[in-house]
Write a protein that binds this ligand. Structure first.
Ligand code: EPU
Length: 470
């Protein structure tokens, strides 16, 4: 179902203040949804919404278009501010970007040109995507300039794997007060790289650089997330030769030329998990159109263990709370095919309503439980162990800096004043406010528009009771 126009008057189910679809879209386009929402919680979310392409694929697919000598077309593009950031950056480099219909972007790369630090910086926003421009820019222009990177504050989020990989291809990396300046005086040559950790971004960096490097690249300990597989599918359409071998090895044979592509983006797994958790936490029933089972299996297993119900449909997945008690679980976040780090924040809100003690080990990022503090203020019983729980039996290998959250429920939640700390943590605050009895005010909503399309319209379509001041 397409998101609906929000109503302009006070109705029985929900209220939306002075907001039209166009004004909301305009605000989202320029990343200005930095306002607040007042939520009257305690009502189940029920209805149908639709997810489109994954933020963590679409933004990379847009960068890949730079590698094509001919135009590319990407469909299923969500209306989120991270897409606008990458669009702005592509335009800085002379790429013509048009959107003939909503959700579809066309890229014309016939006039790619160099850009200055100041221009790049002005468009980079709070995104980490600029680092992925390195390989394509080195191939197209012989240089890449990367400003200081943003992204959610969920740990140090260094770029050492990226820079080490680029050096292995023969790139020269110079750091200055403006950012990083990268050149490849002798061209980029295929190489062997073993990542210290299966980093999503570093894997994409290597692939986007290797496809047009001279010779073959062997990448070991690669990330193999579905979004990476979809990026590889796009590059194969463009003319690349990439094979996924056993044991996280990816082989890339460099080619001289890549064409444009035409592609339907993989759906957003993180958004699906977010709405599924919202259904569970609020005793709701949500059909998420566009969701597919194959890429959600790990999440669905945990959802079932907690006591959530789901039904796989032809064009989506229905998620609901069947009534009765929810059960506690132990979850370890991990790289694919493990339980994604981006799924734990919304799930934890549902776990505050489960009967007993749940444990979530966060092994991907060193600091991704900051959002639980606000849940504690709302009445949740969550203890964060900043050095993890070393003696606890587990499947995923322990990492030096991991943390663990112990959630004991069920605890009624009550309304509170909340401030969105980061994208996924912010969505969990939203779910918590919808679950809580009473009124909550959430500010800094703009962060959520980085990754959740039409959030206000979707809340309205699901019958949430809120006042949004746009
Ligand atoms: N790491 C390093 N050095 C590096 C790169 C990564 O130490 O050079 C570490 C990170 O600090 C982290 C771990 O490796 O501890 C994994 O990071 P990864 O590189 O895999 O993450 P990313 O590519 O920066 C993407 C998504 C994240 C998602 C992670 C894990 C994008 C734009 N972001 O980040 O999504 O959590 O993979 O799946 O694709 C989100 O959508 O909210 C989000 C944060």
């Amino acid at each position: 179902m397409a998101p609906q126009d929000p109503p302009s008057t006070t109705g029985s189910g929900y209220r939306v203040n002075a907001l039209t679809k166009d004004s909301l879209k305009a605000a989202q386009r320029v990343g200005m949804l930095s306002d607040q929402i007042v939520i009257n919680g305690g009502k189940p979310l029920k209805g149908t919404i639709e997810v489109r392409g994954a933020k963590n694929l679409v933004t990379k697919a847009m960068v890949a278009a730079l590698l094509g000598e001919t135009p590319s077309v990407l469909r299923g593009v969500p209306d989120i501010s991270d897409v606008q950031v990458v669009r702005g950056l592509l335009e800085v480099y002379g790429v013509g970007v048009t959107s003939p219909t909503p959700g579809e972007l066309h890229f014309d790369t016939s006039n790619v040109e160099k850009a200055h630090f100041a221009e790049i910086d002005a468009h980079a926003g709070a995104s980490r995507i600029p680092i992925l421009f390195c390989g394509p820019l080195l191939h197209r222009l012989g240089e890449a300039r990367i400003p200081d990177l943003g992204g959610c504050r969920i740990g140090d989020r260094p770029i050492d794997f990226h820079l080490d990989a680029l050096r292995a291809f023969g790139a020269v990396v110079d750091k200055s007060y403006e950012g990083i300046y990268i050149t490849a005086p002798d061209g980029l040559k295929g190489t062997e790289i073993e990542l210290p950790y299966p980093s999503v971004g570093a894997t994409e960096q290597v692939i986007l650089t290797a496809v047009r490097a001279k010779g073959t690249t062997e990448l070991r300990n690669a990330a193999i997330e579905p979004e990476i597989m979809d990026l590889i599918a796009i590059l194969q359409k463009m003319g690349a030769i990439i094979s996924l071998e056993a044991n996280r090895v990816i082989l890339i044979e460099g080619v001289d030329r890549l064409e444009g592509y035409s592609h339907d983006a993989l759906f957003d797994r993180n958004e699906v998990a977010s709405w599924a958790s919202a259904a569970l936490a609020t005793h709701g029933d949500i059909v998420v159109k566009g969701a597919r089972q194959a890429e959600m299996m790990t999440f669905l297993n945990v959802y079932r263990k907690v006591g959530g119900k789901f039904d796989i449909q032809d064009d989506g997945i229905r998620f609901w709370h069947p009534g009765g008690e929810l059960k506690p679980v132990t979850v370890e976040t991990d790289v694919h095919p493990g339980f994604m780090t981006d799924w734990q924040q919304p799930l934890i809100v549902a776990l505050t309503q489960a009967q007993g003690t749940s444990i979530v080990h966060e092994t991907v990022y060193e600091n991704r439980f900051g959002f639980t503090e606000a849940l504690g203020v709302m009445g949740a019983d969550i203890v964060v162990h900043t050095n993890g729980l070393p003696d606890h039996p587990r499947r995923v290998a322990r990492r030096d800096f991991e943390q663990a959250a112990v959630i004991t429920g069920p605890t009624p939640l009550h309304g509170a004043e909340l401030y969105v700390p980061d994208l996924r943590g912010g969505f969990s605050h939203l779910i918590a406010a919808l679950t809580a009895e009473g009124q909550s005010t959430i500010s800094n909503m703009g962060i959520i528009s980085r990754g959740y399309e039409h959030i206000i319209e979707k809340l309205a379509a699901l019958g949430a009771d809120f006042v949004y001041e746009g």
